[in-house]
Write a protein that binds this ligand. Structure first.
Ligand SMILES: Cc1ncc(COP(=O)(O)O)c(C=O)c1O
Length: 435
């Protein structure tokens, strides 16, 4: 039977998933039958959503929805082809111009997802003669781009600028004349950590051939003045050679873009990125959604301010309960737990209490450093947040996940950002998703 070798390969994984489900703590692929933004319906129950990346709640704004419908009426539901051939719309070009201006760069190239932006752009820009230095906790799409480029890959400890400096200096000596690209994230998707961008940008002064690629998937729309992103938050937009963003978070859509100041380099990406050339263009409704979101973000800065107001309230609430959630200025607020089982049990109990939040386990976070990833929207009501805090207060005690319960794990989390994570490689037999 020719499928047998594949069955042998997949069976241990499928058994692992079944075991997870049997424990009643399997938290993934939850089917949502309806959404109102801050609340969703699942199995006939209405739940408060605290795990969405729709940070500004714009996916349900009537103006945004109307823009999507109008674009669909004008251009149809799908683009009918790759942008390279028959699927390039005037809308795509208007969007690229608008995005570049929004993040403070000269030019942008839109892809059909954020994942394909990272994969296609990094893979086409770097070659086997080049060097990529990357934060160990970077997103899977960045890893895929790095691997596809065949460049020499040099990881540095998460958010450790000193370690990065040593690795950059060593790489420069060992591979003189190579293109060197340092890749980090503006807001790390699971932990919510924000990078030491000033220290990383400083490396460009010592190593003029060093380029920086900032994946700001979670920062665009919410971080910095006017939501213009994490680089702007640090006042370092000019120092970033590339700013990547996605539409799937605050911009309430699907799609992604790469922005930069060098027009030739961006033109090259536009023609050489395989995920752009050999993939369908972004549907018009998705592009129009983003343009409508940008209009609202620019006209109503109070939306971004409201998000930070809620996040300050939540973080203060978590601290008061005794949870360990760090201090980062970030739209992602982790509840550090350590044990994967405890994180799964707490998430399941939250669900029983009408709250949708997801655990992040290995390999999305380092092994044994599980957390509940919470993220709020500027459209959440205070009463919803109060309810979540009240439930968490009870459940955190019940599941013994307070900072005081974490022991040595707690020390690890308290020193995050300055310590090395020493990550082990994914074991497909015991991890749900391979990074
Ligand atoms: C840091 C980061 N980069 C890239 C992506 C990919 O974005 P998209 O959802 O648009 O494919 C994500 C999404 O999860 C992300 O968190």
């Amino acid at each position: 039977m020719p499928i047998k070798p594949l069955q042998d390969r997949c069976k241990p994984f499928a058994q692992f998933v079944r075991g997870f489900k049997a424990q009643g703590v399997y938290p993934y692929f939850r089917p949502i039958s309806r959404s109102w933004g801050t609340e969703v319906e699942m199995n006939g129950r209405r739940l408060i959503m605290i795990g969405s990346n729709d940070y500004l709640g714009l996916s349900h704004d009537p103006r945004v929805m109307e823009a999507a419908v109008k674009a669909m009426q004008r251009w149809g539901t799908g683009p009918g082809g790759s942008r390279f051939l028959s699927g390039n719309l005037t809308l795509h070009e208007a969007l690229e111009e608008r995005l570049a201006a929004f993040v403070g760069k000269k030019k942008a190239v839109v892809h059909v997802t954020g994942f394909s932006t990272n994969l296609g752009s990094i893979a086409c820009l770097l070659t086997a003669d080049d060097v990529i230095l990357y934060d160990r906790e970077n997103h899977a799409s960045l890893f895929e781009g790095c691997h596809a480029s065949k460049a020499r890959l040099i990881p540095f400890a998460h958010n450790d600028a000193e370690a990065a400096a040593l690795k950059v200096a060593a790489a420069r000596e060992k591979y003189p004349g190579s293109v060197m690209l340092l890749i980090t994230e503006g807001v790390f998707s699971m932990s919510g950590d924000v990078p030491p961008l000033a220290e990383l940008a400083q490396l460009k002064k010592e190593h003029p051939n060093l380029l920086i690629y900032l994946d700001d998937a979670h920062g665009v729309g919410v971080m910095g003045p006017g939501g213009r992103g994490t680089a702007e938050y640090f006042g370092l937009t000019a120092e970033m050679d590339f700013i990547m963003g996605t539409f799937s978070k605050a911009l309430a859509s699907v799609g992604g873009f790469l922005a930069g100041d060098d027009e030739d380099v961006l033109e090259y990406v536009r023609h050489q990125s395989k995920t752009l050339i050999f993939s369908a263009g972004l549907p018009a409704s998705c592009g129009a959604t983003v343009l409508a979101c940008l209009d609202i973000i620019e006209a109503e800065p109070e939306r971004v301010e409201r998000l930070w107001e809620i996040n300050h309230k939540v973080r203060a609430g978590y601290h008061e309960i005794g949870l360990l959630c760090g201090e980062a200025h970030s739209p992602v607020i982790p509840i550090h737990i350590g044990s994967e089982l405890k994180a799964g049990l707490l998430a399941a109990d939250l669900l029983d209490h009408g709250i949708f939040a997801l655990p992040a386990i290995f390999p999305a976070v380092p092994r044994g450093k599980a957390l509940i990833r919470t993220a709020y929207m500027s459209t959440h009501q205070d009463s919803q947040v109060d309810y979540v805090l009240e439930v968490l207060d009870r459940l955190a005690r019940k599941h013994r996940v307070l900072a005081a319960d974490l022991g040595r794990d707690g020390d690890y989390f308290r020193t995050r950002g300055v310590s090395s994570l020493g990550r082990t490689s994914p074991d497909p037999a015991v991890s749900l998703v391979s990074k």
